[in-house]
Design a protein around this ligand. Structure first.
Ligand code: SAM
Length: 616
């Protein structure tokens, strides 16, 4: 590994410690490759550089923790996931569990790492089918746990989309689910036996006294050491009371190759295992005779000869520690001759080679049981090695008074060599198996990651598609508004042309008048001022438009017009006239004749007046 990678590894470990200390989530027992991939994925989404920077980011943006945990905790799951294995469980295992519970006791099941609950409800359906719904409601408890609160909330709702129930057979869907607003909700009367709770497999105590423990596709995220710790807890959690031991159901990639002392395969292909309970150490008591009704004590000669000819080398030491007898095989094996019989054992080589015999004899007497030293090595001068099992049995008279001891030397050289070879092969197989299992688990986790990314992509795709559809409808709406606007525009253009014509017509009418014409509104503000008025009073139409008539500074004494305008505006008169002294644009004094008529709109309301004026 290069320095850069070392740096990255250390940074990742720091980040994991930070998560543990700040949020209590301990990911240190998870497999590194998968963790690294998932966290890197999140970092890349945020466009952040390295693990170290991401840690700083988390400290500032606490809402990011939830996103990170969602990324790490892969929740891929489905109903009856790996249908074949569930079939086997239903066919072979569930009936056995129920058989053991024939007394009507509770059936306790744990779904550990249950994600959004599909697995727990799968178990519920199987048990309801095997027991009948009434019995199920009364006797089943399915504990379903996960570390992920968000997944647990979904699980508690028990509500699934049409896509999520795709794996269910139509009959089961029909029987166990109610349709609510286009979703499928697991029946509440059966749902009541499923109890959801948060449980961290790495830190929390297990659920106990279980008949069935289902932990699928979860162990494979942990490293070997953590898997071993969790499995030890699972072993404790399962029943093992002699009436049949609890069952463990794992995921497709999880094989338990190295935990034979805890679990034994029931059906390896389906990853179903049974708890192993160590057999009792105490051996059953020996029968008083040999089982054939023949009393072996009745013929001492027969016994002596049998001992002499026995293929197992054997010596007998008496209560004083002297060699009392050695059979033919023993004499050859240890070069014992007739003079040695009767001598204290301590004086003979056999007392210390190949093993210290006197200590063993003392132990056998003290403990009143047979003591065995297995595979004791015996080296010959030519380098050959022999292995012996030395079996020391204490001898008592009437079962109480010590008589001596019998020592048998069983040659296990071949067996030992074979065992050694076997052990080596087993180790090799185990290593290969472990490698295989680890590759298998790695493949499966990568597979789940892919599946989860795929699901995310599908969601993004669906979102994109719906955004696209929305854009498309907006486009169509815009297009139709545009067409409407074009029509309105065309109408406006026609009206505008008409108005222009009308305007030109009025301008030419007003321009052609030989009298000055002024139109004012109800406030006496000038609305119109024709060409002749311009000529008479020296102000252009654009200078007076909107201004008060009575405030204009022109040669006409405008203030005097008020008395004729008022009755016309008030509706009291339809015509007024007056002749005033005035001064025209050129400064010439003139007499000006002014008439006033009301400006009547369609409603007959008087909106102003028209003043016509000419030199008298
Ligand atoms: C891939 S899902 C498996 C779901 C289901 N068992 C199945 O096989 O379909 C793995 C689940 O393990 C949960 N998990 C991960 N770490 C956990 C932990 N330390 N304790 C409990 N559950 C954990 C995740 O939240 C996720 O829901």
């Amino acid at each position: 590994m290069n320095d850069q990678a070392h740096g990255d590894g250390a940074q990742l470990e720091n980040l994991l410690l930070f998560l543990q200390q700040s949020r209590g989530f301990d990911f240190t027992g998870y497999k590194r490759p998968s963790l690294e991939r998932r966290i890197t994925r999140r970092i890349q989404m945020l466009g952040i550089g390295a693990f170290e920077d991401y840690r700083d980011y988390l400290e500032v943006h606490t809402e990011e923790f939830a996103h990170l945990f969602n990324t790490i905790l892969i929740n891929v799951t489905s109903f009856f996931r790996d249908a074949e294995a569930w079939d086997y469980l239903a066919r072979e295992v569930v009936p056995q569990i129920l058989q053991r519970k024939a007394d009507g006791g509770l059936v306790r099941v744990w779904s550990a790492g249950c994600a959004a609950g599909q697995e727990a409800y799968t178990i519920a359906m199987l048990l309801a089918e095997a027991m009948g719904e009434q019995e199920y409601r009364e006797r089943v408890k399915v504990y379903a746990t996960d570390i992920d609160e968000e997944a647990l909330s979904q699980a508690r709702l028990a509500s699934y989309s049409p896509k999520e129930v795709e794996a269910l057979e139509p009959q089961r869907l029909e029987r166990y689910f109610d349709q609510v607003n286009g979703r499928y909700v697991f029946r509440s009367d059966l749902r009541r036996s499923v109890i959801f709770g948060r449980n961290d497999l790495m830190q929390d105590a297990p659920i106990s006294r279980l008949d069935l423990l289902v932990c699928r596709n979860t162990l494979m995220y942990f490293n070997a050491e953590t898997q071993a710790k969790i499995l030890a807890r699972f072993h404790f959690a399962l029943n093992g009371d002699g009436r049949g031991n609890g069952t463990l159901f794992l995921g497709r990639a999880e094989m338990l190759l190295t935990h034979g002392q805890l679990f034994t395969p029931v059906e390896l292909k389906c990853r179903i295992f049974a708890k192993v309970v160590p057999p009792s150490r105490r051996a059953p008591p020996l029968p008083a005779d040999n089982g054939n009704g023949v009393d072996t004590n009745s013929n001492p000669r027969l016994r002596e000869q049998a001992l002499e000819e026995s293929p197992v080398p054997r010596i007998v030491v008496d209560a004083n520690g002297a060699l009392a007898m050695a059979n033919a095989r023993a004499r050859v094996l240890f070069s014992i001759n007739a003079k040695d019989i009767g001598r204290p054992l301590s004086e003979l080589e056999i007392s210390y080679r190949p093993v210290a015999l006197r200590a063993l004899i003392e132990q056998a007497h003290a403990e009143r049981r047979t003591v065995t030293r297995n595979s004791v090595e015996r080296r010959f001068p030519d380098g050959q090695v022999q292995y012996l099992d030395v079996v020391v049995a204490p001898l008592f008279e009437d079962g109480a008074k010590p008589l001596g001891a019998s020592v048998a030397f069983v040659d296990v050289t071949r067996v030992t060599h074979l065992q050694e070879e076997l052990r080596r092969s087993q180790e090799e197989i185990q290593t290969t198996n472990e490698e295989l299992q680890s590759s298998n688990e790695e493949l499966e986790t990568t597979n789940e990651e892919l599946q989860s990314s795929n699901e995310e992509l599908e969601t993004t795709n669906e979102e994109l598609q719906s955004t696209n559809e929305e854009l498309e409808t907006m486009n169509e709406e815009l297009q139709s508004t545009n067409e409407e606007l074009q029509t309105v525009n065309e109408e406006l253009r026609i009206r505008s042309d008409e108005l222009n014509h009308l305007n030109a017509f009025f301008t030419s009418v007003l321009g052609s008048l030989r009298s000055g014409a002024i139109v004012v509104n109800g406030n006496l503000d000038v609305l119109m001022w024709n060409h002749r008025a311009e000529d008479m009073w020296g102000l252009r139409a654009d200078e007076v438009q909107g201004k008060g008539l009575l405030n204009l500074d022109v040669g006409l004494p405008v203030a005097e017009l008020r008395t004729m305008i008022r009755p016309c505006l008030a509706g009291e008169s339809d015509f007024q006239e007056v002749t005033l002294d005035a001064v025209n644009r050129r400064g010439k004094k003139i007499r000006c004749h002014v008439t006033c008529t009301p400006l009547v709109a369609g409603s007959k309301k008087r909106d102003g007046v028209i003043l016509m004026m000419e030199e008298a």
